[in-house]
Design a protein around this ligand. Structure first.
Ligand code: GCV
Length: 720
């Protein structure tokens, strides 16, 4: 090859490497893209309002806040502002906590009592006729949150003139639950392996840990449970605690506390005791010493998350004790250090023949008011298990004397893994807005969770993480929006999911309205689409077994009845659906009378929940006049059509998106479309055996037989 040819090929290669890496970095940068401001008027406004940065704090957190502001402004405005520690002139951005502010500035800011310790105030003030913009809070963490909020304004093309923003989180614990195992596999994880490289810790601090903390801080997440709820006791040994300590040192300046899962049988497994009975003096002592040991290393350790007597995990019931005994014993161990116990209510027993949906309520509600002050009971959003749609968990309306925290699943175990685009904040909002009627109309789940309804001091929202070591963190570029949206709703459970989609799109991709409008619409309809093509009209738990990938309504051979899809849909020649009304299992009675009445009555039960609460004949007339069979089939088809519509929208966005993300999403939508058809065809062919009816007009004919769908096997499906 001649020299010229070689050089030519080299430059082409370099060009592709540079394009690839800058594009890949976009994926990695999440919603913190800090794209150049391309609106000239806004750019002028921003530049004329920001002359200098005055950063007053001295802590590591203050340094992070300053660096974030400085580099973001540099990227967005092309100007590098230095830190002026003394205010000169006007149009400075002054960042610092209340105590670092000069008295005259404090006075201008006004009342700091309107915010809690993590809140912030962003205010345009005038001092000695000089305009200044102050970002402040009671703590440096509050200031950091304020900086991220300010940068979000700029990223979403908002004016920064005459600002007067006061904001504070409505819940105390805003936490990710990582179902990460010590071997780095992630239970129900679809974005690669665990971020935590236990083998290299504590000495090797991966940049990823810092970037993870930064991303979380930017949306107000303040806690992380590093390990799987199906826990391994080894994490509590000194060998691992040293590694946990290293991670907590990285996360601390970002306001993030570390929590661990506690395996109830740890005193036996790593403590050499003969029992883990929570009333045994040696066991009690073991946990107290363990807590002391942890807090010596990690003074701000958050506490433990516990899955006990659930799906084979050990717990107090192994010793004829109950959940209160177990939770309170651990609570006593961490209480001297300010720790909390998050005790999960995800329980159902193989020895209980009752409707699985009723079991957690039946077991936990009698314990109301019996837990120690530093225990919070973590309840999944619905009574079964993170299905595409579930009515809100009845426990939220029934334990006024117990702090309850929400558990959402961000990872898409039942919603298409990381190949389906589903914007989950829509689902989260639906649950948070549900009215429990605990204290009359308007007593929503959000009010239970944020403590405002029952004056609960300890409050929280947990999200089962969808993060792994994939370059783009979450497998699907749009799954980043679910991490983002979870954080935003944990901060403020009253936020509207459409606002969240809007923010995320602008920060992650572009402010161009021609992009935002259709893509936002695509995101907003994506959750209903997945419900339609997987589990319309209240169907649930009809996925394939074990890995939970794809449809499996036919599965009936599992050892525990409530693991089988046939247990849930109960399709027969008469109809389909689980009768949980008073003619059935009477699960409806677990709700407040107003809600019970609504769900119980076929006429008033929302059609979206119909087959959750009722067994309905194939000829039952839906509100639109269709028979149930036809309506069901048309819903499946609608789901497929909605994905096709999403593809159409996305295909027109090429000019607004970098090549890599455009292509990724395009390919993923194609998979989603294929799989939506798979769900439709497999479910309809299966149910048709019972309805014995033709598919209605408008529903495409399946291209494969039911036997074909039943024969599909996925031994290496991820996350299992
Ligand atoms: C961590 C479901 C999932 C399990 C998960 C469990 C839980 O059953 O399939 O993987 O276990 O929920 O939330 O504890």
């Amino acid at each position: 090859m001649t020299y010229i040819k070689k050089t030519f090929f080299k430059s082409i290669l370099l060009f592709f490497v540079v394009c690839w890496s800058s594009s890949a970095q976009k994926d990695y940068k999440l919603w913190l893209q800090y794209n150049k401001v391309d609106n000239d008027n806004l750019k002028t406004e921003y530049l004329s309002n920001i002359k200098e940065i005055v950063s007053l704090g001295k802590s590591e957190t203050s340094q992070i806040a300053f660096t974030e502001l400085q580099s973001a402004l540099d990227e967005m405005l092309g100007k590098k502002f230095e830190n002026k520690s003394i205010t000169t002139g006007d149009h400075n951005i002054i960042i610092g906590s209340k105590e670092s502010l000069a008295p005259e500035i404090q006075k201008e800011i006004g009342n700091f009592d309107q915010i809690n310790d993590e809140g912030f105030i962003i205010k345009s003030i005038s001092i000695k006729n000089k305009k200044q913009l102050v970002i402040t809070g009671k703590t440096d963490i509050g200031v950091l949150y304020g900086v991220y909020s300010f940068l979000r304004l700029m990223q979403t093309n908002k004016s920064i003139q005459n600002l007067n923003i006061t904001d504070a989180p409505k819940t105390n614990i805003r936490i990710l639950n990582h179902w990460d195992n010590l071997d780095r596999t992630v239970e129900r994880g679809y974005a690669g392996f665990s971020l935590w490289n236990w083998q290299k810790l504590p000495d090797f601090i991966d940049q990823r840990y810092i970037d993870y903390a930064r991303a979380n801080a930017s949306i107000g997440i303040n806690g992380t449970v590093l390990t799987n709820v199906n826990a391994n006791a080894l994490i509590l040994t000194p060998q691992y605690l040293e590694k946990v300590e290293a991670l907590s040192n990285v996360f601390r300046p970002y306001g993030i506390k570390v929590y661990l899962t506690a395996r109830f049988s740890a005193p036996i497994e790593i403590g050499g005791l003969k029992t883990a009975d929570p009333k045994d003096a040696q066991v009690i002592n073991w946990w107290k010493n363990k807590a002391k040991e942890i807090y010596k290393r990690i003074p701000d350790f958050g506490g433990f998350l516990v899955k006990a007597n659930s799906e084979g995990q050990p717990g107090p019931q192994n010793y004829n004790r109950d959940h209160v005994d177990g939770a309170n014993m651990l609570a006593d161990a961490v209480a001297p250090f300010g720790g909390v116990i998050m005790w999960r209510a995800f329980v159902y027993s193989e020895h209980d023949a009752n409707d699985r949906a009723k079991q957690a309520y039946a077991e936990f509600v009698p314990y109301d008011g019996k837990f120690k002050d530093n225990v919070i009971v973590q309840v999944k959003n619905g009574a079964i298990d993170f299905q595409p749609r579930e009515p809100f968990h009845p426990m939220f309306g029934a334990m006024p004397k117990t702090p309850l925290m929400m558990e959402f699943q961000i990872t898409q175990e039942y919603l298409g893994f990381s190949t389906h685009l589903v914007f989950l904040p829509k689902l989260f909002q639906e649950v948070l807005e549900s009215d429990t009627y605990q204290k009359g109309k308007g007593t929503t789940v959000a009010k239970v969770i944020d403590g405002s309804l029952n004056k609960t001091k300890l409050t929280g929202i947990a999200g089962v993480s969808n993060i792994g070591n994939d370059l783009n963190w979450t497998g699907h570029p749009f799954a980043q929006a679910n991490w983002y949206g979870f954080g935003r709703l944990a901060w403020n459970p009253y936020l509207d999911s459409e606002t969240i989609a809007d923010e995320w799109l602008r920060c992650t991709f572009s402010n161009d309205e021609n992009f935002i409008k259709p893509v936002k619409q695509m995101m907003m309809q994506s959750r209903e689409a997945v419900v339609n093509y997987m589990t319309p009209l209240g169907l649930h738990h009809i996925m394939d077994t074990g890995h939970h990938y794809g449809p499996g309504p036919w599965v009936s051979n599992l050892s525990r009845p409530e693991w089988n899809p046939v247990y849930y849909h109960k399709a027969d020649k008469n109809g389909i659906g689980f009768d949980r009304s008073k003619t059935g299992t009477n699960a409806t009675a677990q709700y407040a009378p107003e809600v019970e009445k609504m769900f119980d009555n076929l006429e008033t039960c929302p059609e979206k929940d119909l087959l959750w609460f009722h067994h309905v004949s194939w000829d039952y007339k839906l509100k639109n006049g269709q028979t149930l069979w036809n309506g069901l089939a048309l819903k499946y088809q609608e789901g497929v059509n909605q994905v096709a519509a999403m593809q159409n929208i996305w295909n027109k966005t090429q000019k607004y998106v970098d090549e890599e993300r455009f292509k990724e999403v395009q390919m993923l939508l194609e998979i989603q479309h294929k799989e939506a058809k798979w769900w439709r065809d497999a479910c309809l062919l299966y149910f048709q055996q019972y309805s014995k009816k033709e598919l209605p007009l408008g529903v495409e004919k399946p291209t494969q037989s039911l036997d074909y769908f039943k024969s599909l096997k996925f031994p290496f499906a991820p996350g299992n």
